[in-house]
Design a protein around this ligand. Structure first.
Ligand SMILES: [Zn+2]
Length: 261
């Protein structure tokens, strides 16, 4: 599932494949950008902000940013020239960027947009502190979360305007590790700072690999405490893990370790 760490890793893939090189071709397969041609632009930087990818391009004095969002199923893959594209079915391709040494293929991307780099804030300016950013600011994240004391803590962690980079997996796992019932109102959470820092620690610990674990184990079936484990015994107390809808997402929790206050 694309969460902050997956997006960060993807930015590194694009960095290794494209940064510093001139695009020798581009092929957009979304109607809005169908006539856009980025041939001749240099890929200056590949960055991530929360779950948003920002590919920064320059040509002469101009600077443009190609923005994409992976949501649930999006992905970028890099191939050598001539290598077979094995990532996903071809009909899911949204853009192909070529250089002399690489081909980057974007599958099932969302919000694919090209804006002047100076206008990036129109796309990501609303985001809270980025868990994996150089400017990560836990106090600011706490301040933003605390501003809505009636919101549930689960909802608050997923709200990218509070902090950017937590998805459903890290939400559920953070709440388990902090012993918080997912519907606890923010105003009743005793240690918001500890909760925010736990979320950051989990996301950051998975940077640089594609298997996400919160337990420390990389073995299949052992990588989470509660996420994806409905009806299975809690790793701490043996109680059956529960699953329910919450704000149009699913949430998992242990009713014993995360009691209703
Ligand atoms: Zn438990």
């Amino acid at each position: 599932m694309p969460e902050g760490d997956t997006v960060w890793n993807t930015a590194r893939v694009l960095e290794r494949a494209l940064t510093g090189d001139v695009l020798t071709g581009s092929d957009f397969r979304v109607p809005r950008l169908a006539t856009t041609d980025l041939t001749g632009w240099t890929v200056a930087e590949s960055a991530s902000r929360g779950k948003h990818l920002l590919l920064r391009l320059t040509r002469d004095e101009q600077a443009m940013t190609l923005h994409s969002h992976l949501r649930m199923e999006g992905a970028w893959r890099a191939y050598a020239p001539g290598e077979r594209w094995t990532g996903r079915p071809a009909h899911l391709i949204r853009v192909v960027l070529s250089t002399k040494r690489s081909v980057a293929v974007g599958y099932h991307l969302h919000e694919l947009t090209l804006v002047p780099t100076a206008d990036e804030d129109s796309l990501v300016g609303h985001l809270g502190p980025d868990l994996l950013g150089a400017d990560w600011d836990p106090d600011e994240a706490v301040r933003r979360i605390a501003a809505k004391p009636e919101a549930s803590i689960a909802e608050a962690l997923l709200d990218q305007r509070n902090l950017a980079g937590v998805g459903n997996l890290y939400k559920a796992e953070t709440l388990f590790l902090r012993g918080l019932w997912p519907w606890t109102p923010v105003g009743q959470v005793k240690d918001l700072s500890g909760t925010v820092k736990m979320a950051q620690k989990l996301v950051a610990s998975n940077r640089g690999r594609w298997t996400q674990t919160t337990t420390g184990s990389l073995r299949k079936g052992q990588t989470s405490y509660v996420y994806g484990r409905r009806a299975q015994p809690c790793r701490r107390c043996g109680t059956a893990i529960q699953k329910a809808e919450q704000d149009e997402r699913v949430t998992y929790w242990c009713p014993h370790c995360q009691p209703e206050p």
